[in-house]
Design a protein around this ligand. Sequence first.
Ligand code: SF4
Length: 483
Amino acid sequence: MGTNPFDDDKLHDECGVFGIYGTAEAAPHAALGLHALQHRGQEAAGIVTFGGGQFHAHRDLGHVGDIFSSERVIGQLAGGAAIGHVRYSTTGETVLRNVQPLFADLDFGGFALAHNGNLTNAMARRRDLVGRGALFQSTTDTEVIVHLVATSRAGSPVDRLIHALRQTEGAYSLVGLTDSCVIGVRDPLGVRPLVLGQLGESHIVTSETCALDIIGATFLRDVEPGEMVVLDASGVHSLRPFPPAQRRFCIFEHIYFARPDSIMEGSSVYESRKRIGAELSRENHIAADLVIPVPDSGVPAAIGYAQESGIPFELGIIRNHYVGRTFIEPGQQIRNLGVKLKHNANRAMLKGKRVVMVDDSIVRGTTSIKIVEMVRAAGVVEVHMRIAAPPTSHSCFYGIDTPQRGELLAARMDVEAMASHIGVDSLAFISLDGLYRAMGEPGRNDLAPQYCDACFTGDYPTRLSDREDNDLPAQLTLLAELA
Ligand code: SF4
């Protein structure tokens, strides 16, 4: 479980990455960029820089603002190039040796790497490498890539990274650092996001555009699926080292993971969420007095629902943003109070009302049950829950922390049973085709799906080699460590 025990009924993006080349203040820019990406990983962060002929690194557990708050720490990270990483982890393996960027002294010099995503053949590759004598320092799949670079016989560091990645399957948006460049690369399906920006003479690769905004950089474009960009003293170089493939961007980034002020695939995430809410209203209209969001992530979809349905939007639930990390290991009694620490019913608004309550998704359903109890206790007479995603019925193996499939409510029950389990008068989810329509598509193309939607469909866009391995029990143990 994550260290914020009151967020444990949400899916979590596991990482965010940031890389910058060509500024005198690479480390402070990286720290600010990571601060903007904090929602993608709140358990650890790190920055590696290159300057004065040396690499410099600082990594720690905790929030970016705490880790990189002192001038002494930032001052030690000299240089004109930096990469950084924020991490979320659920397996109890939030230990310093797993905190990225990873760094290794290789035969060509220093090499640092930070990863958002998850390899689906990491265990097989790791087993090969260990068989050839590799000594692993961490349990991350990122280290598999570092070892593949170390053992590659290709020419330049860039060629060696390409050679390494050709041996992998799965999802990755990576930033790498050598003594002469920053590298950004996105897997051939483009499952996780990566964007390119510019600040004066310097260039940036990072997970989301909100990390460009915070440093005043201009958004240039998405790094394309299967593209590698090399940022060095002569500018930006684009390489296409992988065979073209059907793009399968994670549709859940639009629903929940990305910050609403980011631009993804040319669209404002906030606008996409409003369109999802409007589509949800068209598909699942019900008579009610108010539309209320489950804050914060349900807000844009609830606005879209309210605008489309004509039902007034109100903040019927207030979120306390100051639920900190005080209760790192709460007992059950305190855990049961958790939802009230984070959310409270706005009684004056709710009493005697029929409400449409909009949330982004249902994972285990545990938080939904408590929120419904809370609004009923505040005097609501009808609760109609509307969900801005299809039922989440499968686990993600591409860098999102999801419970085992058996723990997902939608894998265990149909919609009617879920409604009764959660205690609502009605429950409805946006349809898969409705979600695609909200993304500007005519619907899902089942022959060539336009997005990764595997957590709704089970249609995984890559092989899941580690899971297909016959040595399943041992594999699953390691998979848990690598997640
Ligand atoms: Fe995104 Fe779901 Fe695909 Fe994971 S399985 S990459 S969360 S759409």
